[in-house]
Design a protein around this ligand. Structure first.
Ligand SMILES: Cc1cc2nc3c(=O)[nH]c(=O)nc-3n(C[C@H](O)[C@H](O)[C@H](O)COP(=O)(O)OP(=O)(O)OC[C@H]3O[C@@H](n4cnc5c(N)ncnc54)[C@H](O)[C@@H]3O)c2cc1C
Length: 312
C-alpha cells in the first residue's frame, strides 16, 4: 500500500507530491503523460492571475505561490527569475484585485500608455523558464522519494486499490475522470522566438485575446490566444500571424523576430478552480484541477491546501 496516489504530473501534480512528501507521506504520481509533455510544459509561464476564479481563493493561492517562487528564484539552478513586467489595461483605473498577493506596483504615466489601453503598471513577478524549471522540479520531487508510474486511468478505482487517499491533479483529464461537464479547454497558442538582448516582459490585459511577451533564458514566449471550447492542438498560421503582429505593435524590441517554434496547449478552465475534499466509500478523493490560465500562478498555494486536507 501507498499513503497517497497523485494522478497527474503537470505543475499541480508535482507541487502536491512535493508538499505531501515534505509532510512525511509515501507518495506515488501516476500519469498518462510525463511532465515535459503536459499543458504545464507549454505555458509562458509568468505569475499573473488570469482565467481563474473565485477571486477570494485565487488571491490566497496566488500569494502563497508568489512567495514560494520568489524563494526558489534565489537559487541559480532552477529556472525562475524575479523580473519586471509591464501590464496594460482597457480601464483608466483597473481593478488590481490580485495586488495584495504581489509586490509593490508602480502606476505608469499616461504618456507611457498606448491606445486603446488607458492605463499601465509595472511590477516585479516570478517568471518561470518552463523547460529548465519543470525538469528541475520533476527531478527534485523524485529526489524527495516520490515514485513516478506511467499509467492511464479510466477511473480512480485502480488508485484506491493501493491508497486510501487519491489526489486528482489530472488537469483537463478530470473532465472524463469526474464526469465534470463544467471543465472545458481554452486553447492557447504561443510562438517561441529567439531572444536577442534585453527584452521586457509585457502583458496586454485589456481583453481577449491576451497579448504577452515572456523572456526566458534563451528565447521569448509570445502569446497568445484564448479560444474557449476549442480543443485543436494543431498550430494555426493565422494565430501565429496575429500574435507576431500584435506583439510587434506593442513591444518595439520584438518587431523583427526569428521564430523558433509554435506550440499549442489547452488550458483546463472551470468556472471555479476545484480544490476540494470528496469523501468516498473507498477512501478520500482530493480534487486539485481546473486552474485555467493560472496553473503556474496558483500551484503551490493549492498544493498547501490539498496537503492540509490530507494531513489535517
Ligand atoms: C499557452 C498557455 C500559456 C499559459 N501561460 C500561463 C502563465 O503565464 N501563467 C500561469 O500561471 N499559467 C499559464 N497557463 C496555464 C497553465 O499552464 C495550466 O493552468 C497548468 O499547466 C495546468 O496544470 P495541471 O498540472 O493542472 O495540468 P496538466 O499540465 O495538463 O497536467 C495534467 C496531468 O494529468 C495527467 N492525466 C490526465 N488525464 C489522465 C488520466 N486519465 N490518467 C492518467 N493521467 C492523466 C496528464 O497526463 C498530465 O500528467 C498557460 C497555459 C497555456 C496553454
Amino acid at each position: 500500500m501507498v499513503d497517497v496516489v497523485v494522478v497527474g504530473a503537470g505543475v499541480n501534480g508535482l507541487c502536491v507530491a512535493s508538499e505531501l512528501r515534505q509532510r512525511g507521506l509515501d507518495v506515488e504520481v501516476w500519469a498518462r503523460d510525463d511532465s515535459m509533455a503536459t499543458v504545464s510544459a507549454v505555458a509562458g509561464a509568468i505569475w499573473f492571475p488570469f482565467l481563474a476564479e473565485p477571486r477570494e481563493r485565487v488571491l490566497g493561492w496566488s500569494a502563497v505561490t508568489f512567495q514560494r517562487l520568489a524563494t526558489l528564484a534565489r537559487r541559480r539552478d532552477c529556472g525562475i527569475a524575479m523580473a519586471p513586467v509591464t501590464a496594460t489595461f482597457a480601464e483608466a483605473a483597473p481593478d488590481l484585485w490580485w495586488a495584495p498577493a504581489a509586490g509593490p506596483i508602480e502606476r505608469l504615466p499616461a504618456a507611457a500608455v498606448r491606445a486603446p489601453c488607458r492605463s499601465a503598471i509595472r511590477t516585479v513577478v516570478p517568471i518561470v523558464d518552463v523547460p529548465v524549471h519543470l525538469a528541475w522540479l520533476r527531478a527534485h520531487v523524485e529526489s524527495q522519494g516520490v515514485r513516478f508510474v506511467p499509467r492511464v486511468l479510466a477511473s480512480f478505482a485502480p488508485a484506491f486499490a493501493v491508497a486510501r487517499t487519491v489526489v486528482n491533479c489530472a488537469g483537463l483529464g478530470a473532465a472524463a475522470l469526474c464526469a465534470d461537464a463544467s471543465l472545458v479547454p481554452v486553447r492557447g497558442q504561443v510562438v517561441l522566438v529567439e531572444r536577442s538582448g534585453d527584452v521586457p516582459a509585457w502583458i496586454d490585459d485589456s481583453g481577449l485575446p491576451p497579448f504577452y511577451a515572456i523572456p526566458r533564458s534563451t528565447d521569448v514566449v509570445l502569446g497568445g490566444t484564448a479560444q474557449r471550447g476549442d480543443a485543436d492542438l494543431q498550430p494555426r498560421i493565422a494565430d501565429t500571424e496575429a500574435i507576431l503582429a500584435g506583439i510587434g505593435e506593442r513591444v518595439p524590441q520584438l518587431r523583427e523576430v526569428v521564430v523558433r517554434g509554435v506550440k499549442v496547449g489547452l488550458r483546463p478552465y472551470r468556472p471555479t478552480v476545484r480544490v476540494e475534499l470528496e469523501p468516498r466509500p473507498e477512501g478520500r478523493l482530493v480534487h486539485d484541477y481546473g486552474h485555467g490560465g493560472s496553473g503556474w500562478t496558483l500551484a503551490w498555494g493549492c498544493a498547501a491546501e490539498v496537503a492540509d486536507f490530507v494531513v489535517g
